[in-house]
Design a protein around this ligand. Structure first.
Ligand code: ADE
Length: 242
């Protein structure tokens, strides 16, 4: 998989090299390119933003640098990801879908957003997905891109050492989309706190039943929306609250 990032803060994406095992890059499983959007500006101030047509607060990212970047990077046929709080919610299912793509190109906005024509133009050349990390506002798309990248890349065949841990965790399809049960390790007693007896029993059927029960209880308490049959995982309530 090839990953491109268009940002005005390339340093923000340096942690990618830490979170993605060097092995994956060395072996060619992953190819990573971080680009400074200002490379495609031509004025003395290397301007990437301007005031919004129609007025209003804040600045909007200009289309021209993106257009030149698209041409230089030949984005045609790629999947372009725009991180924005007004995008579709990022879920494990979406991570899995994106993990099937050959190339992801992230457009990382700052300020009030990116000129809409950038997205409209990109859509004539590539698949465009506007994605939100959640119902809150970050200063820009970089942190969202880091999170999306990590969630996607760990699903690539051959990326994770232990495939079983991929299967069991929270939000994976095979766990019935329940949250993960609590886990414990040695010592059996720590600061007066005991590991639940059942986990020391060696009775695998009982352990399995206990874990299932814990998962359901946790999900009911923290994410009742996941248990509601009419709402898919991670989808937000579009019915107005009464
Ligand atoms: N950029 C700013 N806020 C964001 C969010 N919640 N998700 C994705 N990108 C963002």
């Amino acid at each position: 998989m090839r990953l491109d990032y268009l940002t005005i803060f390339p340093d923000y994406l340096a942690p990618l090299r830490l979170s993605l095992p060097g092995k994956a890059i060395e072996s060619g499983l992953l190819e990573l390119h971080v680009h400074d959007l200002r490379e495609w500006t031509h004025d003395r101030h290397r301007t990437v933003d301007d005031t919004p047509y129609g007025g209003g607060a804040g600045m909007v990212m200009k289309p021209e640098p993106f257009g030149e970047a698209f041409d230089a990077l030949a984005i045609d046929g790629a999947t372009v990801i725009v991180t924005t709080p007004s995008g579709e919610p990022f879920t494990q299912a979406l991570a899995r879908e994106l993990s099937t793509r050959e190339r992801l190109v992230f457009l990382l906005g700052r300020y009030e957003g990116i000129d809409q024509r950038v997205l409209d133009h990109a859509a004539t050349r590539a698949e465009v997905r506007e994605i939100s990390l959640g119902d809150y506002v970050l200063n820009g798309g970089e942190v969202a891109a880091l999170a999306i990248t990590e969630a996607v890349v760990r699903l690539l065949p051959g990326f994770m050492g232990n495939a079983a841990s991929l299967v069991e965790e929270s939000h994976s399809e095979s766990s019935g989309r329940l949250l993960e049960y609590p886990v414990y390790t040695k010592p059996a007693t720590w600061r007066g706190l005991e590991v639940p007896d059942v986990l020391l029993s060696g009775n695998h059927a009982r352990i399995e039943a206990w874990r299932q029960e814990q998962s359901v209880a946790r999900t009911a308490q923290r994410r009742p929306d996941l248990l509601h049959p009419s709402r898919a995982m991670g989808e937000w309530d579009i019915v107005p609250a009464v």
